[in-house]
Design a protein. Structure first.
Lengths: 211, 125
C-alpha cells in the first residue's frame, strides 16, 4: 500500500492520507514551460547584445556610419521574409492540430524557404558590408552590429536546421505526441526570433538611419 | 482505498499548458504586424516627420506594440498558460531586460559625457 493512513477513524479516510510516492508525470509534461524559460534566458543574451550596441553604436572610429551602410529596402524585404515565415509556421501548427501530415509538412517547407531567404539576404548584406571594408573589425559600432545581428542570424540558422530535422522526423514517425511537442517548441523559438527581429530592425536599422 | 486511487486518473492526461492559436488569431496577428512594420519603415524611408527625436520615439512605440501583438497572437501568451508561470517568467525577464538595457545606457551615457576629452586645448587650466 502506497499511502500511509494517519487517520484512526476510517470514516474520515479521504482527508487524512498523504501520498508517499510521486504522481506519474506524463512524458514531456513540463517541456513547454522549460523551453519557455530557455527562451527567456535567450532573451537576456539579446538584451546584453542590444545594450552593447546601444552603448557602442555611435563609435564609428572615423569609419562609416549606419547612413552610409544600411539599405532599408533590403531590410524591409528581410523583415517581410521573417514575418511570412512566422505566419506560415502558424499555418503548419494549425494543420498539425488537425493531424494532417501532408499539409503540415508543406507549410513547414514553405517556412523553411522563407527562413532560407532571410538568411540569404542577411549573408548578402554582410558580405556586401565586409567587401566595402565595413567588417566587424572596422569600428566598435560595426563590431556590436555584427555581433547582435549575427547572433540573431545564427539563431535563425539553427532554427532552420531544427526545422529540417523535425520534417525528417515527422516524415518517418508521423505526427506522434513527441513530434507535436517538438514542433510546438520550435514554434515558440521561431516566433521568438521574429520578436527579436522587431527590436533589431527598429533599434539598429531604423534608428541608425535617424542618427 | 479505491477513493484514494481515483485522483491519479486525471493527472495522466493533462494537456501541454501552452496556448493554441486559431486561424483567426494568426491572421489578425499577421495583419497587425504588417501594418505595424510598414508604418515605421515608411516614416523613416520617406522622412515624413522632420524632427528625428519624435520619429525615433514613434517607431519605438510601434516596436513595443508589435512585440505585444506577436506575444499575444503568435506566442499565445496569456496569464493562464502553464498555470501562470509563463507570464511570471516573461514579466521577470522584461524586468531584467529593462534594468540591463536602460542601466547600461544610463551609466555609459554619463560616463561618456563626463570623460569626453576637452577638444579646445586653450581652455584647459
Amino acid at each position: 500500500m502506497s499511502q500511509t493512513i494517519t487517520a484512526d477513524n476510517k470514516g474520515d479516510l479521504q482527508a487524512r492520507y498523504f501520498d508517499l510516492h510521486e504522481h506519474d508525470h506524463p512524458e514531456g509534461g513540463s517541456t513547454m514551460l522549460g523551453f519557455w524559460i530557455y527562451l527567456m534566458s535567450d532573451c537576456l543574451i539579446f538584451a546584453m547584445l542590444f545594450a552593447a550596441y546601444g552603448v557602442l553604436g555611435g563609435n564609428y572610429a572615423a569609419g562609416p556610419s549606419p547612413k552610409d551602410l544600411f539599405d532599408l529596402k533590403l531590410i524591409a524585404l528581410n523583415t517581410a521574409m521573417l514575418l511570412f515565415s512566422s505566419i506560415t509556421y502558424g499555418f503548419a501548427m494549425l494543420e498539425m492540430e488537425k493531424n494532417k501530415v501532408g499539409s503540415t509538412q508543406m507549410w513547414l517547407f514553405i517556412t523553411l524557404l522563407f527562413g532560407g531567404a532571410f538568411l540569404f539576404i542577411e549573408l548578402y548584406e554582410f558580405s556586401h558590408l565586409i567587401h566595402e571594408g565595413a567588417g566587424p573589425q572596422r569600428s566598435a559600432f560595426l563590431s556590436a552590429f555584427f555581433t547582435l545581428v549575427g547572433t540573431h542570424g545564427l539563431h535563425v540558422t539553427f532554427g532552420s536546421i531544427w526545422l529540417i530535422t523535425l520534417m525528417v522526423q515527422v516524415a518517418k514517425k508521423g505526427l506522434i505526441q513527441a513530434n507535436k511537442r517538438r514542433l510546438m517548441c520550435l514554434s515558440l523559438f521561431w516566433h521568438f526570433l521574429d520578436v527579436i527581429w522587431i527590436g533589431v530592425f527598429t533599434f539598429v536599422y531604423l534608428m541608425g538611419m535617424l542618427r | 482505498m479505491s477513493a484514494a486511487h481515483e485522483d491519479h486518473g486525471h493527472h495522466g492526461h493533462h494537456d501541454a499548458g501552452a496556448g493554441h492559436g486559431s486561424m483567426k488569431d494568426y491572421l489578425i496577428g499577421f495583419f497587425l504586424s504588417v501594418v505595424l512594420t510598414a508604418i515605421p519603415f515608411w516614416l523613416v524611408m520617406g522622412g515624413v516627420i522632420e524632427n528625428k527625436t519624435v520619429t525615433a520615439l514613434i517607431i519605438m512605440g510601434f516596436a513595443v506594440v508589435q512585440v505585444l501583438v506577436h506575444m499575444i497572437y503568435f506566442l499565445h501568451m496569456n496569464g493562464r498558460s502553464e498555470g501562470g508561470w509563463n507570464m511570471m517568467a516573461l514579466l521577470f525577464t522584461v524586468l531584467l531586460v529593462v534594468i540591463v538595457f536602460s542601466g547600461s545606457m544610463w551609466v555609459m551615457y554619463h560616463l561618456h559625457t563626463n570623460m569626453m576629452p576637452v577638444h579646445d586645448v586653450s581652455q584647459l587650466p
